[in-house]
Design a protein around this ligand. Structure first.
Ligand SMILES: Cc1cc2nc3c(=O)[nH]c(=O)nc-3n(C[C@H](O)[C@H](O)[C@H](O)COP(=O)(O)OP(=O)(O)OC[C@H]3O[C@@H](n4cnc5c(N)ncnc54)[C@H](O)[C@@H]3O)c2cc1C
Ligand code: SF4
Length: 273
């Protein structure tokens, strides 16, 4: 498992990277990208509302941009809602207008980019380059996704542990420092928003079979395996540190972690974005 929050700092430690970074402007956040693709766009209308922006998966993956599609889909939804109130139409028009808008065309042309990497890095790059530069999205087929993210989590014995260099405190920082900078906060007396469907699975399955992946992929060290007073290793969940990246929601191998919405106002408070 390649950990972005650990591997990006390692990238910063490459020779001369200091000068590259400080000659420009480079921000790194712990937020996950919504790499949902055209193939996965849900029907975005439901009684009383509509799904817009990244919630519906409108990020353009090769461009890594989604603010334009988020704004446009919001405008289309607002127009549809206006017509519901004033013309007696229904919200279905949002779906129709979405499919007739440039959002649809743009996301259609980029649809094979992410699934192409299911075949490996080099084939993925080759397919993406052909699609993007030569065929301009006119591939005669649409690649499917292999499996959900949690099924792609392999057992630990199939992999070698990656050893990341220690943070240098100049370009790369340890987790507590990064967490402090995220200003994440939750009221301490609220019900924990991270729950386990079966509290035994971490110790019976996740730790012995998968080497406790939640204690590795979580960028906020919310999940910690610690010995209790009898020496038994138990999972401790520090939910107040959660950065709302939702990696645990999609990546837990047994889908045992239930991510519920915390009290309003909780979560990260990035001040420089
Ligand atoms: C590191 C990074 C870099 C990016 N760079 C670019 C870029 O350069 N250009 C570009 O175009 N796009 C970029 N994107 C993508 C872009 O940020 C998103 O596509 C865009 O922000 C999506 O907008 P949105 O309004 O759909 O969702 P968001 O911007 O995610 O807004 C959703 C809001 O809902 C709030 N929320 C969530 N749940 C609840 C709840 N239960 N109750 C109340 N509020 C809730 C969240 O706190 C958030 O404020 C980047 C994304 C990341 C992560
Ligand atoms: S607890 Fe889950 S959602 Fe919160 S920061 Fe960790 S991995 Fe992300």
């Amino acid at each position: 498992m390649l950990l972005f929050y650990l591997s990006l700092p390692s990238f910063f430690l490459f020779p001369n990277m200091y000068y590259i970074i400080f000659s420009g402007c480079f921000f790194c956040t712990n937020t996950n990208m919504m790499l949902v693709k055209f193939q996965s766009i849900p029907y975005p209308v439901f009684p009383g509302g509509a799904i817009i922006g990244c919630s519906a998966g409108f990020l353009n993956v090769p461009k890594i941009k989604g603010t334009h599609t988020a704004m446009k889909s919001g405008m289309l939804a607002a127009e549809a809602a206006f017509n519901v109130l004033h013309e007696g139409l229904n919200m279905e028009t949002y779906w129709d207008n979405l499919k007739n808008s440039w959002i649809w065309k743009e996301l259609y042309e980029a649809r094979n980019y992410r699934p192409a990497f299911e075949y490996g890095l080099v084939p993925g790059l080759a397919i993406s380059a052909i699609e993007h530069y030569i065929l301009k999205g006119k591939f005669p087929f649409t690649l499917k996704h292999g499996k959900p993210d949690h099924e792609a989590t392999n057992v630990a014995e199939l992999h070698q542990q990656i050893h990341y260099p220690k943070p240098d405190g100049v370009l790369s920082f340890d987790v507590p420092t990064s967490l402090h900078r995220s200003n994440t906060n939750h009221e301490h007396d609220q019900p924990a928003h991270l729950r386990l469907r079966d509290p035994k699975i971490p110790e019976l399955v996740n730790l012995p079979e998968y080497a406790g992946p939640e204690s590795r992929y979580c960028p906020a060290r919310v999940y910690e395996y610690n010995p209790d007073e009898n020496g038994q290793v138990k999972l401790q969940i520090n939910a107040q540190n959660c950065l709302h990246c939702k990696a645990c929601d999609i990546k837990d191998p047994k889908q045992n972690i239930e991510w519920t919405v915390p009290e309003g106002g909780g979560g990260p408070g990035y001040s420089v974005m």
